[in-house]
Design a protein around this ligand. Structure first.
Ligand code: AVJ
Length: 321
């Protein structure tokens, strides 16, 4: 068959891989890092000393739990909706505070992974008895739409981990707009944004000496090998990180160390790599107050308060309509 002409695909993953690897320059989408092994590698990343994001956000929530819990509360109680709940380690700080304060609220964690939700629910029942939990499996936006008219009482939407950083500004604005349209006048959005800082600190966070981040980046090639019958020689690709301190954009690449041809059977595709040709796999955007305020304005939201850590590496902002 002729290359670059396939039009029917068995899955969105197939289609996205085909599009990305037949484009110039080549790219793959970072959402495909997260299969079972990718989830595990990301857990490991969060425990790396270089990956400061998790600890900073934990500190912010730990030092300001009372104040944040107070801001969330309302006379008729509220629903706490978390997009991308993961293992809930940071959220548990808030949940415990709210339970201790006898606040009337329900926790609604949303995640793509039913597995992650089941684990989270089990640990919550054990660690925080009395907490009302309603897990929702699905994509952020679909579930948010469902929840927009779920309940008449106040909604607080939580997006932790600087997950928004995977989106280009334009896409981040659409994401914020979608959240905004699900928010009423009383509702709040509490979101984490990793901040601009010494460029070396950022590079180190995405280029750990133990190679966990490299393995995480390369996991996308393993997925193509196992799920789409690919024959990537994963070791012939180099994990490469860049950071542009002007735009605040960290970028991850896989770089082919040799000229090579990769076959992907399920896609009926042969891909040529020149030596040192790249596959762009992820952006991890860094922010400052001005960028966050601009994003908010574009999405018809306002920043009403913010919290940061001692080094000001990371910030959590509260947005309202
Ligand atoms: C989960 C998107 C916030 O970009 O910092 C960690 C993912 N990639 N190390 C990030 C990631 C490489 C992470 N986010």
């Amino acid at each position: 068959m002729k290359e670059n002409t396939k039009t029917t695909f068995a899955s969105v993953f197939e289609e996205d891989v085909y599009k990305g690897l037949t484009s110039f320059p080549k790219y793959l989408l970072s959402k495909y890092f997260y299969d079972k092994k990718g989830d595990k590698l990301f857990q490991e990343i969060m425990n790396l000393p270089e990956y400061y994001l998790t600890n900073c956000e934990y500190d912010i929530l730990d030092k300001n739990t009372r104040e944040i819990a107070h801001k969330f509360n309302s006379t008729n109680g509220f629903d706490l909706i978390e997009l991308g709940a993961g293992d809930g380690k940071k959220t548990k700080l808030l949940l415990k505070q709210l339970i201790n304060d006898n606040v009337d609220f329900t926790y609604l964690p949303i995640d793509i992974s039913q597995n992650a939700l089941d684990d989270l629910e089990a640990s919550l029942h054990e660690e925080i008895p009395g907490l009302l939990v309603k897990t929702q499996q699905g994509t952020y936006i679909k579930t948010l739409e469902k929840l927009a008219d779920y309940n008449s009482r106040k909604k607080v939407i939580l997006v932790l981990g600087s997950n928004i950083g995977n989106l280009l500004h334009e896409d981040a604005i659409s994401f914020l707009k979608q959240i905004q349209s699900a928010m009423g006048p009383e509702d709040m959005l509490f979101m984490g944004f990793d901040q601009k800082k010494n460029p070396q600190t950022i590079l180190d966070a995405y280029n750990d000496p133990t190679g966990v981040t490299a393995a995480f980046n390369k996991n996308i090639l393993h997925r193509i090998n196992t799920e789409l019958k690919g024959d990537f020689d994963v070791d012939s690709f180099l994990h490469w990180e860049t950071y542009d301190p002007e735009t605040g954009t960290a970028k991850s690449f896989l770089v082919s160390k040799i000229p090579q041809v990769v076959k992907i059977k399920s896609l009926d595709l042969k891909i040529n790599f020149d030596a040192w040709e790249t596959i762009h796999t992820e952006i991890s955007q860094k922010y400052d107050d001005a960028i966050v305020r601009w994003l908010a304005k574009e999405a018809n939201l306002q920043v009403t308060s913010s919290f940061t850590d001692e080094k000001e590496y990371y910030k959590n902002y509260i947005f309202r309509n």
